[in-house]
Write a protein that binds this ligand. Structure first.
Ligand SMILES: O=C(O)CCC(=O)C(=O)O
Length: 384
């Protein structure tokens, strides 16, 4: 009997190429092929598995590329690393699926390619969601539905949550704070945007991206949002009425690069097991509020839904886009994005000519949690 530490999740990409046909015919062929391919892949897994060391876990359909008449399907399985090598699995699946196109000609499959994308120490969340699937109209949203969505996916978007006037005041307050910070950084001779720094109030987050804590006595509009924002009921339902918060403005400037995938906070307590269940409820939530209209050029945040459940996923962020699991947080002005503090995400580049992308970040946490890793200890505003 192997111990649990030797278990791994093998994540596969199955590329299905279809024979020529109209879009409708290709769509219909795809609908028919995917369930059959799943059966064949499961059978191949079972045929290789003599001792119960391999278990089929999950299956997810990617985007259909009409020009190439191609669709990628992703599958994951659990295996004992010491009993079976990843490449053996890949070969067995490849051999089994190579026969499918000829065996089932009605599927119009030309070929099936199998590739192992990654081996991970935990179950890979293979959630198939896009931004619309996780978005709710603020006024019509149901707290318990949102709560279960956040437990399952780690993220929910509330659209039409804030008025133009509220956003305008918040932006004015944030702009003022940014201006003051810029002045203080310059006075210290810091090459803003190129040099890393970490103060009690502000940290650089890779090139041209910054996270500046806001003073709630000065930013009264922002403070009111943190206290009374339309997400507050949801936040209290998850974290309790005694929840506390701190607020920052996260802003990226032209030249900001793609961030590394990361989680804002660590895992505390239980994480999900191989069934994908059993993870601890969140101890902290973040709410992002865009202060300008986001666009692909200005940038946005990309999230890996379901990643908040597993501690062992940290460092495996680059797998997320490879398995088409990344959700673009490209939300409209007026929306608020609520996510579990453990959710893996990254800021995307700002490729615009000259526009800044500021957003408010409310960090709500249980009073027992102490945020200690995102800022420094020395004050930017103390005499240098
Ligand atoms: O810039 C963004 O969109 C996200 C920033 C972020 O996640 C961070 O700085 O920790």
């Amino acid at each position: 009997m192997m111990n649990a530490a030797n278990k791994a999740c093998g994540c596969f990409c199955f590329t299905l190429v279809f024979h020529n046909g109209t879009d409708d015919a290709t769509n219909a062929a795809m609908d028919a092929a995917i369930p059959q391919l799943k059966v064949d892949a499961e059978l191949a897994t079972a045929a290789l598995d003599h001792d119960g060391d391999i278990e089929w876990l999950d299956w997810k359909i990617g985007q259909l590329d009409r020009n190439k008449r191609m669709v990628c399907v992703y599958g994951s399985l659990k295996f004992e690393q010491e009993s079976v090598a990843g490449h053996e699995l890949e070969t067995a699946l490849e051999e089994a699926l190579a026969a499918t196109p000829a065996r089932l000609p009605d599927l119009r499959l030309q070929e099936v390619e199998v590739e192992m994308v990654a081996t991970l120490p935990v179950r890979v969340p293979l959630e198939s969601v896009c931004i619309n699937d996780i978005t709710h109209t603020a006024a019509a949203s149901n707290v318990s539905d949102l709560q279960s969505q956040i437990s399952r996916l780690g993220i929910a978007v509330l659209k039409d949550a804030l008025s133009t006037a509220v956003l305008q005041q918040a932006k004015e307050e944030a702009d003022k704070a940014i201006e003051r910070a810029d002045k203080a950084l310059k006075a210290r001779g810091i090459d803003i945007g190129h040099e890393d720094f970490r103060f009690k109030e502000i940290s650089s987050r890779q090139k041209q991206r910054f996270d500046l804590l806001l003073d709630m006595d000065e930013c009264v509009g922002v403070n009111a949002l943190g206290t009374l924002g339309p997400w507050r009921q949801l936040v209290e339902a998850i974290l309790g009425k005694d929840v506390v918060f701190q607020t920052s403005v996260v802003y990226s400037r032209p030249g900001a690069e793609e961030q590394t995938w990361h989680a804002d906070g660590p895992h505390v307590g239980r994480t999900a097991d191989w069934t994908g269940c059993g993870h601890e409820a969140p101890y902290a939530l973040c709410v992002f509020v865009p202060l300008v209209q986001f666009s692909p050029e200005l940038g946005f945040t990309q999230f890996w839904p379901g990643s908040h459940k597993y501690d062992g996923l940290l460092g495996f962020g680059p797998v997320c886009p490879l398995i088409e699991c990344a959700v673009d947080g490209l939300v409209d002005l007026g929306a608020a994005l609520v996510y579990d503090y453990r959710l893996i995400h990254r800021g995307m580049p700002n490729t615009s000519e000259s526009s800044e992308r500021p957003m408010l970040q409310f960090l709500y946490h249980r009073p027992t949690y102490k945020e200690a890793r995102n800022y420094g200890t020395q004050s930017l505003f103390a005499a240098a």
